[in-house]
Design a protein around this ligand. Structure first.
Ligand SMILES: [Zn+2]
Length: 67
């Protein structure tokens, strides 16, 4: 089941904020990174997997203020 708040490596970030690597999470590690809109989501430094799932856990505050 796809969450609307998670994206995979190679996809474009849709919402700025703090993301958690789900692959690491399932492996018992917490790997958090901040991404900005339109960056291509990277692979995870801490995971050997080629593709990881990044879950948005904390949207950036300035995401709310759209000029
Ligand atoms: Zn990871």
């Amino acid at each position: 089941m796809n969450s609307s708040h998670s994206w995979k490596s190679g996809e474009r970030c849709r919402a700025p904020g703090t993301y958690r690597c789900q692959n690491c999470h399932y492996a018992g590690r917490e790997t958090l990174k901040e991404f900005q809109v339109n960056v291509i989501l990277p692979m995870c430094d801490s995971s050997a997997d080629k593709d990881v799932t990044w879950l948005l856990i904390r949207p950036a505050d300035h995401a709310i203020a759209i000029a």
